[in-house]
Design a protein around this ligand. Sequence first.
Ligand code: GAL
Length: 416
Amino acid sequence: MTKKSGLRATASAVVFALTASTAMADDVEVLHWWTSGGEAAAVGVLKDDLETKGVGWKDMPVAGGGGGDAMTVLRARVVAGDAPTAAQMLGFDIKDWASTTGKLGNLNAVAEKEGWDAVVPPALQEFSKHDGNWIAAPVNVHSTNWVWISKSALDAAGGKAPETWDELITVLDAMRANGITPLAHGGQAWQDATIFDAVVLGIGADFYKAAFIDMDEDALGGAQMVEAFDRMATLRTYVDDNFSGRDWNLASAMVIEGTAGMQMMGDWAKGEFLKAGQVPGEDFVCIRFPGTQGKVTFNSDQFVMFDQGGASEAQMAMAASVMNPTFQSAFNVVKGSVPARTDVSDAAFDDCGKKGMADFAEANAAGGLYGSMAHGHANPAAVKNAIYDVVTAHFNGEYDSATAAEELVNAVLAAQ
Ligand code: GAL
């Protein structure tokens, strides 16, 4: 080979390498479980934002509320050596992936450049960092202790939003008397557990913390837990006969259509009401689960990046986008959640969103912020799944309340 042709060969190799790496940098493949109407609309906001930055979106949706199925698919892909670029992940799953696999990309470069430390509350950083390094970008904060009520069904039931457990039961009874399904629910373990978050918090914030975060045996098996299960059994009497297996967004649709009175669900449900063209205060009402005002059981959707032998440009661009304050406003307005950053204005949010942001700030300041058990922010997946099993078995009548509380202690001890 002459010197000249050797140079040419080298130059084309460089061009090829650049083209190849640019092609890789241009795309992100994102595994997520945002497949309902409202969720898909929120994904659209992210996808469009990335496209304006020249980052293409390869969609990897895995249906199944709460993300259990998505985590199963993710594990299979990573084991097969085919990790996606990025994945939606919750709470203790992030900690678990970071500490056991070493496969999560380090986001410190972008986090430092964009000052994440100063704007992400410590309760979220707890899940976004591992060994002091940023390994996840939090896109939002959801909370589980909400009730979504049809305005017309509430008006027909006396018009007053319930503030206590007893008032809640009065409204549910009135809705039943009016001939509708009082409580729209989908019988899936994570949905049962989502209601359980709110019921346990409603009995007492200290009790919630002792049972789910400290995993204290006395709290898990004591009189307050029996009472929590009794309340679940009471709520069970207000669901329709076809609740088993129903997806959460179909339960939302029952409230939207007015065939059911209310749904007890995290604020991703608001995304469904908005997608259907409904307006808070006019068509539906959002309240904190009675007895939990001022307290928040939260979960934060975060994106982890799988290490591809160093971070790709597209991964860094995605992390920066996810954390951009303008984007966090636009995305969360659609998603039903509130920004993960503390410096985003509430101006673009509807009344439920403004309330969600104020509640989060208030709970954060007053120590009333608790990780959601149902959505992986109170304890590791094995414990969470053990709690799910007992809650669902009880909800379906397999255990009475006293037995369920005993089983809860056994299940949590065995899972640790
Ligand atoms: C939650 C997640 C939300 C929403 C919901 C229903 O775990 O944080 O973003 O998608 O599941 O799928």
